[in-house]
Design a protein around this ligand. Structure first.
Ligand code: 4NP
Length: 154
């Protein structure tokens, strides 16, 4: 896997945090992987990440301040080896627009990373700060799983 796109709904909470954790941890692991994130929706295109996401990520040592939200586009399904959705709703929305030839690139993030439970990264947008900390913790577990998967040659 040399490129991966992480996808949530707004691209301001979950996928930017997972992208930041991936960028830092892949580099630390010496893995050369092209990472990015995007949203299925266009509500927040061009905006910075949610300030609660920036704060939780910073607590764990990850920097999300340079992020600007973008929407998934057709070229993403060709460019990225893997397109990893945060939840089933994101995965279903992606499946509608993903070309049939590339459908195997589309996977649910945590199960693809070898995490059996939970299978989804819950949307923290309408909740409190604890939900954002939980996103960082799941991001760390998931990226750890992806690194193990890549080291095993999968
Ligand atoms: P995200 O969170 O998908 O993790 O970026 C959300 C951000 C915005 C909205 C919903 C979820 N929204 O409804 O605007």
């Amino acid at each position: 896997m040399s490129s991966v796109l992480f996808v949530c709904l707004g691209n301001i909470c979950r996928s930017p945090v997972v992208e930041a954790v991936a960028r830092a941890e892949f580099a630390r692991a010496g893995l050369n992987v092209d990472v990015d994130s995007a949203g299925t929706g266009d509500y927040h295109v061009g905006q910075v990440a949610d300030k609660r996401a920036i704060a939780s990520a910073a607590k764990y040592g990850y920097d999300v301040t340079a992020h600007r939200a973008r929407q998934v586009e057709a070229a993403d399904f060709v460019r990225y080896d893997r397109i990893l959705a945060m939840d089933q709703s994101n995965r279903r929305d992606l499946a509608v627009v993903c070309p049939a030839a590339h459908i195997e690139r589309l996977q649910l993030f945590l199960p693809f990373a070898g995490i059996e439970a939970p299978t989804e990264v819950p949307d923290p947008y309408f909740g409190g700060a604890a939900g954002f900390d939980h996103v960082v913790e799941l991001a760390r577990r998931g990226i750890g799983g992806l690194i193990a998967r890549m080291r095993s040659g999968a």
